[in-house]
Ligand binder design. Sequence first.
Ligand code: NAP
Ligand code: COA
Length: 263
Amino acid sequence: MSAFRDGLFNGKSVFVAGGTSGINLGIAQRFAALGAKVGVIGRDPDRAARAAASIGEGALGLSADVRDYAATRAAMEQVAAAHGAFDVVVSGAAGNFLAPALNMSANAFKTVVDIDLNGTFNVFRGAHDLLNKPGASLIAITAGQAINASPLQAHACAAKAGINQLVRVLAMEWGPDVRVNGISPGPIENTEGMARLAPDAASRAAYYERIPMRRWGEIDEIAEAAVFLSSPSAGFITGTILDCDGGSQLGDASRQSLERGMG
Ligand code: NAP
Ligand code: COA
């Protein structure tokens, strides 16, 4: 169920990089439910096909690695040829694992930066001449690690911080025709990201306790934020990072922290 009106994206073309599972798939499904023609990419072709089937009739699910500019561009051309120039492009492909920097090889660090940051550049750069202009909406899926230094995540912190700045620069350069924004989800239940970053009951409990809203987020809530940012209601919003995180970005709101006054 969406708070936005039926048919809001009728006839619109939406492309979601990394849209074959989790939060990004939820975003793709929500745009489709509001009438959009949707194309998604991920690396695994079977997963991409299953995602397309779950999004609905006419959806396209293609295999492409966002680290590979030519492959990403080719997939975008295929989707644009079938659905028309893009009104919305979401860049959400990401990789993450917990490791201290000293346990990361140069390739381990590079892999995450390549997927998250360079991948977002590839998706947005590759999409630019396939966008419906004026009016197109670009959305990068970033994370709180862009702002908050998080031990064991040197790669993701660096990559997501880079994404936030890329959003701001592209919003300036592509200004009159294209809006460029980011969404920073908090901990979203039943996702791969949560399974990796809070892998056991103790880490989940500690994480949960810190969230001001005292609950996990839902995939639907990120999907609604993406719809809002791409709707006429957000027509003057560009270059912003929308925290959709139950207040997580504010700091530690655990009872202990609130009682002691330490954030
Ligand atoms: P997920 O289910 O693992 O989704 C990642 C998607 O990206 C999959 O469709 C994956 O498909 C695709 N992908 C990965 N590497 C790729 C590559 N090199 N090229 C193309 N596609 C690639 O993750 P999620 O937990 O839903 O997270 C989605 C986004 O939200 C990420 O940007 C993440 O950083 C952000 N986020 C998540 C949370 C959370 O609580 N989960 C919190 C903050 C931010 P393949 O594996 O088939 O390629
Ligand atoms: N600790 C330390 N290093 C690790 C690691 C870990 N837990 N997991 C992977 N690496 C290293 C590998 O050893 C390799 O480095 P090396 O060549 O020096 O040995 C490097 O990272 C790349 O690993 P590889 O498995 O070849 O990469 P890939 O491109 O196949 O997969 C990942 C990318 C590693 C990010 C993988 O976890 C992935 O596909 N993730 C997508 C899903 C995801 O993370 N979702 C959550 C989003 S928030």
